[in-house]
Design a protein around this ligand. Structure first.
Ligand SMILES: CC(C)(COP(=O)(O)OP(=O)(O)OC[C@H]1O[C@@H](n2cnc3c(N)ncnc32)[C@H](O)[C@@H]1OP(=O)(O)O)[C@@H](O)C(=O)NCCC(=O)NCCS
Length: 180
């Protein structure tokens, strides 16, 4: 599950600071990106990223945040990462820095994608696409007849159309239900 980059030069072998090497205008394809299965130990960092990523898009569109804190994000991540029926993928750079994660809910006949999140300081460089392609490859490998992705209407749909998704239905409201 590792994608080999075109070039492997990385700014430093030390853990990068959050705001320098990562924010450089380099695409994911030029960085050394490793995809691996998520582990329960990733919950804290994936939780921080899911919190920051969803907060960033909600704030941009003037919508309420999905997660109230990084700890709430970590609780969800902990649940998903420890669940045998959720496939998980984590993208990390050299030195083990996690930049995003994605999931595939394999509990039903139709697999469910998400939540996907990429650290806002490194969005727009192709990591989201890599994480999406990985879970779609997993769904194909497991021979799921279909894949669903549910998201708030304010989020851009056009990006996921390029991955083959077509609109299925609109929810007027959605009752939260803890997954089993
Ligand atoms: C959506 C998100 C993961 C994209 O990450 P990114 O690294 O900026 O993405 P990229 O640079 O690869 O560019 C966009 C790609 O992300 C994917 N993407 C974009 N919007 C998406 C969405 N709502 N759901 C799933 N994947 C999405 C697509 O593969 C898209 O590829 P394309 O531009 O070639 O069509 C990121 O913006 C994020 O974390 N957003 C906040 C959380 C969120 O809204 N998640 C989606 C709903 S669960």
């Amino acid at each position: 599950m590792s994608r080999k980059p075109a070039k492997t030069q990385h700014a430093s072998t030390k853990k990068p600071k959050r705001s320098n090497a990562l924010t450089a205008a380099r695409p994911a394809s030029s960085m050394s990106v490793k995809l691996r299965r998520g582990e329960p130990a990733d919950a804290k960092e994936c939780g921080r990223i899911v919190f920051e990523a969803f907060k960033s898009i909600a704030t941009k569109h003037d919508f309420p945040q999905d997660f109230t804190s990084p700890e709430v994000g970590a609780m969800l991540m902990s649940f998903l990462l420890g669940h045998a029926k959720f496939y998980s993928v984590v993208a990390e750079l050299d030195g083990g820095r996690i930049v995003g994660s994605n999931f595939l809910d394999e509990r039903s006949e139709i697999a469910g994608v998400g939540p996907i999140s990429v650290d806002p300081i490194i969005q727009g460089k192709g990591f989201g696409r890599i994480l999406m392609e990985d879970v779609l490859a997993r769904a194909k490998e497991r021979k799921f007849p279909g894949v669903r992705l549910a998201q708030a209407a304010y989020k851009p749909f056009v990006s996921i159309q390029s991955l083959g998704f077509a609109p299925a239905s609109r929810f007027r409201s959605c009752a939260a239900r803890h997954p089993r």
